[in-house]
Structure formats: C-alpha cells, structure tokens
Design a protein around this ligand. Sequence first.
Ligand code: MN
Ligand code: MN
Ligand code: MN
Length: 283
Amino acid sequence: MFTRIDLHTHSRHSDGALTPAELCGLAVARQVQLLALTDHDTLAGCEEAERCCRGTGVRFLAGVELSTQWRETEVHVIGLRPEPLNAALGQHLSAVQELRRERIRQIGARLDRKGLDGAGMAEAALHQADAPTRTHLARLLVAGGLVKDPQQAFDQWLGRGRPGFVPARWPSIELAVGLINAAGGLAVLAHPHRYRLSNGALRELCGAFKTAGGAGIEVSVAGMSPDEATRAATLARRFDLAGSVGSDFHEPGLPWRPVGRFAKLPDAVVSITERLGLDAAIS
Ligand code: MN
Ligand code: MN
Ligand code: MN
C-alpha cells in the first residue's frame, strides 16, 4: 500500500534545480514510497533516477510532462511509465526539444534587440538542459541582476505581450496522449486548475482528453486550493479518470512545493496506482 506518493517532479534535465540523484535523495529523506520523475519533454533523467532509487525503499516510475495544445490553451499531459526506448515517443521528444531550443534562440534575439545580452543568455540556457524552457532564461535574468525574481522576469520580459515573448505552438493533446498510450504508458491531465478555463471549458477539455485515451487527472497538486481539488475530483468521477497526486517539485527553495507533498486522494476517486497495476490505492 502506497501512502506517500509523488507522481510529478522535475530535475535539471528540464527546469528543475536538482540532478535526478539529488531528487532521489530528497525523496528518500522524505520517505516517499512511489516517485515519478516527469521532466518537460524529456525522459533523459529517468535512468539515473531509477538507479539511485534502487534499494532505497523508493519505488521509481519513469515519466514525462508533455506540453500540448488544446484550442488556445497550453495543456500539460503527464505520461507515466512509458517504454523509455519507444521509437515514436523518442522521435517526438527530440522534435519538441529542437522546437524548444529554437524558441529559446528566438527569445534571445528579441532580448538582444532590447539591449540585453539575449544571445548569451540563450546560449547558456541551451547548455543547461535537454529541454530548455523560459524558466531557464528567467533564472539567468535574475542572476544578471536584471530582475529580482523569476516572476518579475516573466512579468517584464518573457510573458505573453512582453518584449521577449515568442508564442509556442505545441502538438495536439490527441497526438500526445496517443504517443503515451502507444508507448505503453498512462496519460494524466496535469494541474487542471492552472488553465484558467471556465467550468464548461474544463469539462470539454476533460471530455476531449478522455476520448483521446487519457487515463487520469491530477486531483491533488501543490498549489491547488481545497475548492479546486474538489472540482478536479468531480471531473475525475464524471469522466472516469483515475486520480493522481504530485508536488510539481522544481527546486528546494520553494518550501510550499516539497517533494512528496502527500495529499490524500479524495474518496470515490480511483487511484492511478491501481490503473498502473501497482495493487495499491493512494490512501
Ligand atoms: Mn516546469
Ligand atoms: Mn506543468
Ligand atoms: Mn510540472
């Protein structure tokens, strides 16, 4: 029976601050029983994480967080336990990583035009991760003393409508879910509360996700209010999606989002661990 579960975390292979080994160390210290590493658009950290969790009491699942497009909204889909060597998924991840690198270069060029060393920051970001993100640039803007924190970097430079903004066009949610399923994984709709969708639109998203072959939905993630958690649980039941929980951990400096922020799975929601065949419920 798993009671301490975290199925949504990041490492340095995307925009997390820790190596997979350091992340595992933290999971061990916090007595996590089941951990998934779900970096943005890369599985590259999973082998190391798997190795480091062996023999520690932390059971490890490979995972990935895919950015997708649903209508005008960027929607994140977690793939749990896909075959790491699946060719179609691997090709998709390589293509998205290249799109991400190109986007970082374009943002760099825009920042250059505003008198910042955008090209230099882009180059540095490209060296920091397989899947470089705007968060990498935000941290570099902080490090360069240009803004006080990453939030200000987005508000002033990187966010929509700001001088460094470059729109991203992600693959469709159907394509992403299809790839995860074809690789033998389970697709989980990540942090439904963060999309700023009306209740009606969120229901339509869940319907589309389920129709595409989605298996689960995050019903407890760090940052979700009790109200939002209740809404997510209602969606889980309505669309017959299993419940998943996670911290969306990125760095130890954010104390409200620690690895293994164990929350209880609401009653009447089937646990994703059951769908994974792990013979246990989150309780
Ligand atoms: Mn992230
Ligand atoms: Mn996300
Ligand atoms: Mn995440």
